[in-house]
Design a protein around this ligand. Structure first.
Ligand SMILES: C[S@@+](CC[C@H](N)C(=O)[O-])C[C@H]1O[C@@H](n2cnc3c(N)ncnc32)[C@H](O)[C@@H]1O
Length: 214
């Protein structure tokens, strides 16, 4: 494969940013696989939802920094991760690599892994490959978040506890308000948060939902 000048330029920019970015530097110091670890740490500092005994499922977990945080915060719980990509093992986490959350066979595998455990926290930091059109990317990500929401609110492949938490990343756009309304029908609290580790120019936001109404 040969690279174009444009892709070389992008790679150069990426390397420069990673070497100076505060959170990328901190991630390397703490051995986190990605700077996004600090987004979860900040949201958890605000809402304190990861407990030592929590059962947590992390959808879109590669390369694994959120799972690393979960394993640290929930030493007596159970952590499972799912991703389209291959994820290197993390001690204390049960990982389903090369798995698409929208695939019915994967939903069944998740159910098997959970083996009747009730889940306290569902995380989704998924990001589909961008098409370049922000409106389209926004709608595709909302659809992915909705498919995870359906897993525990309609399909019952994941049994979320009463009072459980769902934290998902969206890219902001026109369908946010409607999705927040859908979430608010099933959760007493739905908050929109933008952790400081989110890049300033990024449209990403997190929806933190707590107190699931079974
Ligand atoms: C921003 S990364 C997640 C970073 C992760 N939270 C961490 O801290 O390491 C987004 C991930 O979502 C995954 N993803 C996108 N669509 C998916 C799908 N349909 N099923 C499973 N994973 C998906 C991508 O493969 C990618 O690895």
């Amino acid at each position: 494969m040969f690279s174009t000048k444009k892709s070389q330029g992008n790679l150069h920019k990426y390397i420069q940013r990673q070497s100076t970015d505060e959170f990328a530097v901190k991630a390397r110091e703490h051995n986190y696989r990605a700077r996004s670890a600090f987004k979860l740490i900040e949201i958890n500092e605000k809402f304190k939802f990861l407990k030592p005994e929590s059962t947590v499922i992390d959808i879109g977990c590669a390369p694994g920094s959120w799972l690393q945080v979960v394993v640290q915060k929930c030493p007596n719980g159970y952590a499972s991760g799912v991703d389209l990509q291959n994820v290197l093992p993390i001690r204390g986490a049960d990982i389903l690599s090369l798995s698409d959350i929208t695939d019915p066979a994967v939903k069944l595998k998740i159910r098997e892994k959970l083996a009747h455990r009730q889940v306290d926290v569902v995380l989704s930091d998924m990001a589909p490959n961008p098409t370049g059109d922000n409106a389209t990317d926004h709608l595709r990500l909302i659809e992915l978040c909705r498919s995870v929401f359906r897993l525990f609110s309609v399909e019952n492949e994941i049994e979320l506890v009463k009072n459980g938490v769902y934290l998902c990343k969206i890219w902001d756009g026109s369908a946010r308000a409607e999705f927040v309304r859908e979430l608010s029908d099933r959760f007493s609290t739905v908050k929109t948060v933008k952790p400081t580790a989110c890049r300033d120019n990024s449209a990403e936001l997190y929806l933190f939902c707590r107190n699931f109404k079974k």
